[in-house]
Design a protein around this ligand. Structure first.
Ligand SMILES: Cc1ncc(COP(=O)(O)O)c(C=O)c1O
Length: 438
């Protein structure tokens, strides 16, 4: 069975011109040099060497490059077209009217890809580079399942097997995502598992451990090492944001076509990949005046996290990177249904925040639930709970523009749709209703 592509015709006009030919790397344009990944002092093994073993070679090369533009292989561009890139840039007119704001609101709709989020933008090239090296089987972790789904489809598109370690609470709360991964041809395990030493250790300490993205990452890496597989990385690392830069570059071309100059750019942050992919091309080109990264108040990394060297994964198998972090052993509150549960934020984004170039907001579950409903009742699209964080900030910004009578242009990244997150919204609905009754 050969999966060639998904869409035969592009979703937008001028698809060929709008789809970029290069990925954009913000590293050479940062206001200060980015502190490099490093090994812990006196470490018994080198994490940097380990990275060389588990990443496809070209992915590692791109992770370490300081080139500003990297050519997108023609093969990958074709696949991007086949999964519906460029994604639409839409105007949220009903939301504007409902809010009575003089601001114009646009959103880049990454939920239009077949897997329902931006994650496939990097899963595809990573799978391609792995396949070019003759790899037949890739492994990764997933939280809510968006990344695992993108990996499973991309692996299948290149005729490879995939194994996904899925955070146990999500595995139990989101059986549909597991089904999709399996239907795409992936093999899915609830993490912590007994398949790795690290998983066994966590289970021994707490047999009912709900899992975390950090733990699932460590398991995927250990499994890749043990079985000589390649590991695909879903967020945080520079190479992932590099691949995601198709989002922002397309948005710039689409705004130019409309003759619009953006003022405010808004996105949500888990590890930082959709936010970076969307906003970095604007930041690097001096387009836009204000950039807002939005996280969850329940996983308050921006207000309480520290900017320091920390491990991206819980077992500490990956090199230390300097980022805003809550600590690599952080376990998010299991009942929180809004996503964005990762403990850190990408090093490049962390630096831009520390330098005061990117601002931030944090919203709680009630606030994002309200925003999601307002968006659904005005624009009709069910947003991913993660993306609802961005929507909340958009609403507040639009109301602020109304108070100040400012005709600004707000653009946000709708990183995914929420059609497979209805159990999350259900549990939010129950919690909100029971709070109201109290
Ligand atoms: C729809 C969606 N948006 C955002 C995120 C957050 O990740 P990142 O910050 O890497 O974009 C996720 C993570 O799984 C997601 O599924």
């Amino acid at each position: 069975m050969v999966v060639v592509g998904v869409y035969d015709t592009p979703m937008v006009n001028n698809a060929e011109e709008i789809l970029p030919k290069y990925w954009y790397n913000i590293i050479p344009d940062l206001p200060k040099p980015l502190p490099p990944p490093r090994d812990p002092l006196g470490a018994e093994f080198s994490r940097i060497d380990l990275l060389r073993t588990i990443l496809p070679k070209e992915v590692l090369r791109q992770q370490l490059t300081i080139e500003r533009y990297i050519k997108i292989p023609e093969e990958v561009r074709e696949r991007y077209l086949a999964i519906g890139r460029p994604t639409p840039l839409l105007r949220a007119r009903r939301l504007e009217e409902y809010l009575g704001t003089p601001a114009k609101i646009y959103f880049k709709y990454e939920g239009a890809t077949p897997t329902g989020s931006h994650k496939i933008n990097t899963a595809l090239p990573q799978a391609y580079f792995a396949r070019e090296e003759g790899i037949e089987h890739v492994v990764t972790e997933t939280g809510a399942g968006q990344w695992g789904t993108a990996t499973a489809l991309s692996a299948t598109m290149y005729g490879m097997k995939s194994t996904v370690f899925m955070v146990k609470v999500s595995y139990e709360q989101k059986p549909m995502r597991k089904s999709i991964m399996q239907l795409y041809g992936g093999e899915v395990y609830p993490s912590p598992t007994d398949l790795t030493e690290f998983g066994k250790k966590v289970r021994k300490e707490n047999p009912n451990h709900p899992g975390s993205l950090g733990i699932a990452m460590s398991e995927a890496i250990e499994y890749a090492l043990d079985h000589h597989l390649k590991y695909l990385v879903g967020s945080v690392l520079d190479v992932v944001i590099l691949h995601q830069s198709v989002i922002g570059q397309e948005t710039i071309a689409q705004l130019d076509e409309l003759g619009e100059e953006p003022d405010v750019l808004i996105g949500c942050v888990g590890g930082g990949s959709n936010f970076g992919g969307f906003s970095f091309p604007f930041i690097g080109n001096g387009r836009g005046k204000k950039y807002i990264a939005v996280a969850s108040a329940e996983i308050p990394k921006f207000s309480t996290g520290e900017y320091k060297y920390d491990f991206p994964d819980s077992a500490g198998l990956l090199p230390l990177v300097k980022m805003i972090t809550m600590g690599n052993s952080y376990v998010p509150p299991p009942i929180y249904a809004g996503g964005l549960r990762y403990h850190g934020a990408a090093p490049s984004l962390s630096l831009l925040m520390k330098e005061g170039i990117v601002g931030w907001r944090e919203y709680n579950e009630n606030q994002i639930f309200e925003a999601a409903q307002m968006f659904m009742r005005t624009q009709g699209i069910v947003p991913a709970p993660e993306s609802s964080h961005a929507i909340r900030a958009v609403i507040e910004e639009a109301l602020e523009a109304k108070r100040a009578n400012r005709k600004e242009v707000i653009v946000f990244n709708l990183s995914g749709h929420g059609l497979l997150d209805l159990p999350n919204y259900d549990s939010m609905m129950k919690r909100v209703t029971s709070n109201e009754q109290r």
